[in-house]
Design a protein around this ligand. Sequence first.
Ligand code: SF4
Ligand code: SF4
Length: 80
Amino acid sequence: MTIEVIVDRDKCTGCGKCYAVCPKAGKIFKKDKNGKYYAYDTKFCFKCYACTGRCPVNAIIVRSKEEEKNENKNKEKIKL
Ligand code: SF4
Ligand code: SF4
């Protein structure tokens, strides 16, 4: 299962709360030159959702590729 950890860097304030709560933070998250966080390597993510629950601006989405496909299918159904 491929997991995606998507950080919306427009929303991210760089508060570091995701980094503080993620049990694998050192392997998954990095800071960019603007002080915003992004997921560098998601293979260590086990979908505990601690980061998404902690982010004060809802900037993080954690999902599997399969969930993304289902979301897209649902969107297509809504369009019909
Ligand atoms: S879901 Fe859990 S393991 Fe994955 S990035 Fe967020 S806090 Fe880390
Ligand atoms: S918790 Fe949210 S706002 Fe804070 S650094 Fe992480 S992604 Fe950015």
